[in-house]
Design a protein around this ligand. Structure first.
Ligand code: PEP
Ligand code: MN
Length: 335
């Protein structure tokens, strides 16, 4: 249920509504808007009777929210959310399509710096790179750990690029929150509900990647977990889902983008690298994503993909990455 207040509702009117919600054992969630304030009702079991609120002073309307996700839903929050990153120099969900780029994993300081300078030059504003890698095989490169986070901090210092990196568990999330500008929750952890709750307590934006097996509604419910703990700075990332194809690692579900736009106010970005697993598909998928109006892209780039310790086959060399960005500019997309 969403209680919409009159434009001229007083603080006392608002307090009375909040108190009534609390009396019923529900949770009030005030949503200040440009024109008027609305108050969402959370944690109700079953339907809320609108009559409870409709006669109250200052109340304009009581609208049932039909979706199981509340805080992420556009019903509850009609305006788009913008996520301000780092010092506020990068905004996701604003006018520009934000480009995050970098290697799959941080491999060494020299390599990370080299890639960072290249992606910055081409137009990226956020550097990606895993320090703690969730690998399918325990024998594959697992990342440099805290040393990787220290390298990422130095990359930010030297290049001015902001940092996004993955938190694979609670312990790592504490560290990532300290070092990074955006906390990434990977596809494999999309339904790790305790980790989502911890991310909801973080003071940094969270980029939640869609589970490779998850429906969009499950994806939005996962984002709801984060928001339910008070973190409203959530970015959704479509990164491809498992299908029966052999011509790509995953299938980029672009249908999800307009669906999510209708359902949610949160910004949405696409990862064409993990969606395809193949370098030759990354640029076309990036262009298609831009065409459906995503708020950002996260792209794997490596200066020597054949030597990369993970995901070399899907990493673009800098010249290809530059082509990708220039292609977006040619589509009149602001990057
Ligand atoms: C990544 O972006 O580093 C990553 C591991 O992606 P995903 O969780 O989508 O597989
Ligand atoms: Mn990767």
């Amino acid at each position: 249920m969403l209680i919409v207040m009159n434009r001229n509702a007083t603080q006392e009117d608002l307090d009375r509504v909040i108190k009534t919600i609390l009396v019923h054992g529900w949770e009030p969630k005030p949503i200040p808007g440009g024109e008027r304030t609305a108050i969402g009702i959370l944690r109700n079991q079953g339907a809320v009777d609108p009559a409870i609120f409709l006669g109250m002073s200052g109340v304009r309307d009581a609208i049932p929210v039909s979706k199981p996700y509340k805080l992420v839903s556009r019903e509850m929050h009609p305006e788009n959310t913008t996520v301000s990153v780092g010092d506020g120099s990068v905004v996701i969900g604003g006018e520009k399509l934000v480009i995050m780029a970098g290697p799959c994993a941080v491999e060494s300081e020299a390599r990370a710096m080299e890639i960072a300078h290249a992606v910055k030059e081409a137009g990226a504003s956020i550097f990606r790179g895993g320090a703690f890698k969730p690998r399918t095989s325990p024998y594959s490169f697992q990342g440099l750990g805290i040393k990787g986070l220290e390298i990422l901090a130095r990359v930010r210092e030297e290049t001015g690029l902001l940092i996004v990196t993955e938190a694979t568990d609670h312990e790592v999330l504490d560290l990532v929150e300290e070092y990074a500008d955006i906390i990434q929750i990977g596809t494999r952890n999309m339904q790790n509900y305790r980790l989502l709750l911890r991310a909801g307590q973080a003071k940094k934006p969270v980029m939640l990647k869609r589970g490779m097996w998850a429906t969009v509604d499950e994806f939005l419910m996962a984002a709801e977990y984060i928001m339910s703990e008070g973190n409203s700075q959530v970015i959704l990332c479509e990164r491809g889902i498992r299908t029966f194809t052999r011509h790509s690692r995953n299938t980029l579900d672009l249908n999800a983008v307009p669906y999510i736009r209708n359902e949610s106010h949160l910004p949405i970005v696409v990862d064409p690298s993990h969606a395809s697993g193949r370098r030759d598909q990354v640029i076309p998928l990036a262009r298609a994503s831009a065409a459906v109006g995503v708020d950002g892209l996260i792209v794997e780039v490596h200066t020597a993909p054949e030597q990369a310790l993970s995901d070399g086959p899907q990493s673009l060399p800098p010249a290809e990455f530059e082509k990708l960005v220039n292609g977006l500019r040619a589509m009149n997309i602001m990057v």
